[in-house]
Design a binder for this molecule. Structure first.
Ligand code: GLU
Length: 507
């Protein structure tokens, strides 16, 4: 086993968790679990303008649903102390931090960022500046007019006598001015950036909040992060962070910039391709076991010629390694996700699947409340389990078990290559058989109805189509005899009688 990794997921509470971000969280979680280390959540709420009330609570809910267990993160008190009360019932209680120092919400750590920004000023690695947004805008426009990227440098300050007690920002001093900043990335290999292209980034803003760049370095260091996994859109910021570690004299974590996720058309994954947030996937009937499996395989493979595609959480933890993460973008294939979801649904114990189906059935207007209804669902589940890819697929297959059906139109009651009279006779004979079969079980029903086919000179598909349509009102259902046995003799007889009446009246 490699060294124990301490990893974190550090979302900004600006909305629901995007599936690409969750994939990075899963890699971080797997690395921590594989090495027996820790995984924690840090809320990066330093951009007060983009803050979305309730976003943190929903991140915690998404983690709970996915089963991404945390060793540290904001507890109830800390969540309640956020700008909008973000408490969540499943949040951590006190003392569950496995040695990771909190707080875990960046707006509760402002004193630390201030302290370390001042340290940088005192040691010559940062300076004070107070250009107004308008002045900066003008400088940016001038650079643009010269077709240059705007890179702020100390020499460009409009006022050099900025005092500590007046409003100002603190900017990092990129040093040395020329030369390169180099570092190793576990996924991208050795990377090298030209210092002349690295901005004298604002570290502490006028409002006393840090920018992401200062906060991420201070927190990752103080909280003992060993591996920084994040999307490779952060790569341009990495040299700033590397320089800050070097200024502070802190050991650098291992860097791992994870390639983007693309749609099957090769474009960056977006709304156009389908669901985006974890909750959209949940509401569309995907189960967390499948989503985790699928997302882990987006850019990671077990290697060593292992072609396995279906993994439990435990198998992923056992097999995960950083070497298995590829350096090219991963493609999000919704068909593969559907397939994996079906596979994981089939692996669920019937009671578990039944419980997960209940809210989806309710959404389709099928209430499974009483013990009798629950027992009925449990009998149905093994027959639909093989046929569904998503939890939403079940409702149309089972609704006729729970509520009365509209008697099907006469055309639907006429079997293939049959006429009305033949179909009517078939239904009448079926009614007789159904009234007599004892006990009312699928094997006996099958025997009796197959014998009836012979007697009537019908092919099984002919008779069974008529009967299926009559008792369920549908052409696609779970297996017919099991369906009839679960519906029960009384319901089958009522529906057969109605079908007979319907065919008769149309004659
Ligand atoms: N707060 C950053 C984000 O929202 C975190 C990036 C990182 O993991 O360092 O993506």
């Amino acid at each position: 086993m490699s060294v124990r990794a301490r990893t974190r997921f550090a979302p900004s509470p600006t909305g629901d968790l995007h599936i690409g971000g969750v994939r990075t969280a899963i890699f971080s979680w797997l690395l921590a679990r594989h090495t027996g280390g820790e995984f924690y959540l840090r809320v990066e709420d330093t951009d007060q303008e983009r803050y979305v009330p309730g976003a943190t609570r929903r991140i915690l809910e998404a983690f709970d649903w996915l089963g991404l267990t945390l060793d540290g993160g904001p507890d109830h008190d800390e969540l309640r102390a956020m700008r909008t009360n973000e408490d969540y019932p499943g949040a951590l209680d006190d003392g569950e931090y496995k040695g990771i120092p909190g707080p875990f919400v960046q707006s509760h750590r402002l004193h630390l960022y201030k302290q370390w920004a001042e340290w940088l000023v005192a040691h010559g690695y940062a300076y004070r500046a107070n250009e107004t947004p308008e002045e900066l805008q003008r400088m940016r426009a001038e650079a643009q007019a010269r077709k240059q990227t705007f890179i702020f440098r100390e020499e460009m300050r409009l006022r050099t006598d900025v005092r500590a007690d007046e409003p100002h920002v603190i900017r990092m001093r990129v040093l040395p001015r020329s030369g390169r900043t180099e570092f190793d990335d576990l996924i991208k290999g050795r990377l090298s950036f030209d210092n002349a292209q690295v901005d004298d980034q604002v570290l502490l803003k006028m409002d006393g909040f840090p920018t992401y760049h200062l906060a991420v370095v201070v927190d990752d260091h103080l909280q003992g992060v060993t591996h920084v996994l994040r999307g490779d859109d952060w790569l341009p910021s990495a040299p700033k962070h590397v320089l800050l570690y070097r200024y502070f004299g802190w050991p650098e974590p291992q860097w791992a910039h994870v390639p983007n996720v693309l749609g099957t058309d090769g474009k960056k994954l977006s709304k156009r391709h389908g669901a985006q947030s974890v909750f959209e996937f949940r509401d569309q009937g995907y189960i967390p076991e499948a989503l985790i499996n699928f997302l882990a395989l987006l850019g990671w493979a077990p290697g060593g010629g292992d072609e396995q595609n279906v993994f439990t959480r435990e198998e992923l933890i056992a097999k995960f390694s950083m070497e298995g993460i590829g350096s090219s973008p991963a493609v999000f294939d919704y068909n593969k996700l559907d397939w994996l979801n079906g596979v994981h649904i089939r692996r669920l114990p019937a009671e578990d699947l039944a419980a997960r189906l209940v809210p989806f059935l309710a959404r389709a207007g099928i209430l499974v409340d009483t013990p009798e209804q629950r027992a009925r669902l449990l009998r149905i589940v093994p027959h639909v389990q093989e046929r569904i890819k998503k939890l939403t697929d079940a409702a149309p297959l089972v609704d006729f078990f729970f509520s009365d059906i509209h008697p099907p139109p006469a055309e639907m009651l006429v079997g293939p290559k049959m006429d009305r009279l033949q179909s009517l006779e078939a239904l009448r004979e079926t009614r007789r058989v159904v009234a007599e079969v004892e006990p009312f079980e699928d094997a006996l029903l099958e025997q009796a109805l197959r014998a009836l086919c012979q007697a009537l000179g019908l092919k099984p598909t002919q008779l069974f189509t008529v009967v299926r349509n009559a008792v369920t009102g549908k052409s696609v259902t779970p297996p017919l005899f099991a369906t009839m046995a679960i519906l029960g003799r009384k319901t089958c007889l009522i529906r057969l009688d109605r079908a007979i009446a319907r065919l008769q009246s149309g004659m």
